[in-house]
Ligand binder design. Sequence first.
Ligand SMILES: Cc1cc2nc3c(=O)[nH]c(=O)nc-3n(C[C@H](O)[C@H](O)[C@H](O)COP(=O)(O)OP(=O)(O)OC[C@H]3O[C@@H](n4cnc5c(N)ncnc54)[C@H](O)[C@@H]3O)c2cc1C
Length: 223
Amino acid sequence: MDVAVVGGGPAGSSAALKAAEKGAKTVILEEHPEIGIPPHCAGIVCAEDLLKTGFTPPSKVIQAEVDKVLAWYEEYSFELPLKKKFLILNRPLFDKHLAKLAEQRGAELLLGSKVVGVRRDGSNLRVKILEHDTTRELLCKVVIAADGVASRIARMLGLHVSHELAACIQYEVTPNPIVEDGLLEVYLGTKYAPGGYAWVVPAGESARIGLGVRRAKKPAKHY
Ligand SMILES: Cc1cc2nc3c(=O)[nH]c(=O)nc-3n(C[C@H](O)[C@H](O)[C@H](O)COP(=O)(O)OP(=O)(O)OC[C@H]3O[C@@H](n4cnc5c(N)ncnc54)[C@H](O)[C@@H]3O)c2cc1C
């Protein structure tokens, strides 16, 4: 194997797609049995930036379009028009779309394959994979650590991963409580989300309501 990509999220699938496109024998190792599940994203992306990536999603992936924000602080609120249009994506569908594109370019996708170890072996790398209670090793030339923001794989390889993480919680609720088209809501201030903010994001018939906190005294769920 030339390239082992750990993680079948957008970073992993897009990296695998590019590697396979260039002719590298590529495998995506995803620990979950289904791509995009469980979802942990509100799905907000800048339409223009998404276009630049070249991964234009099919229309069924786009749940809403947003061009203004209603921001709340304490009992005050103000509406801000956004300079650019934002799309609300169905992340599980978007992730599946990218993984499929990677497969179409020749990458192999292995679901239910959790990487539990990586070590250097001369000029190669040995990737230890846990599948259905059994482990096996895969020898490859390159490992792409696309296992998310807190990448354990990068740490295993001695790479420096240092950034402050916010604790988040999000629910998908139906019906969508936002009545105005093109609007998403954010809530600022320690009352709602210390060190972060809360959001209500329209997603078609439903909405994603969540918040992220940093250095808060209590867990995100408390707020
Ligand atoms: C509540 C919440 C809301 C968010 N809202 C937004 C938003 O609106 N807009 C936005 O742009 N970003 C948002 N984000 C951030 C966004 O979700 C991430 O930036 C994005 O998912 C990162 O993509 P990724 O491919 O790097 O990692 P991920 O999407 O996290 O994918 C990593 C993949 O690796 C797999 N994996 C992990 N460890 C292993 C392992 N050892 N072996 C095999 N597979 C493994 C995981 O199962 C997962 O599929 C939000 C995040 C949260 C938590």
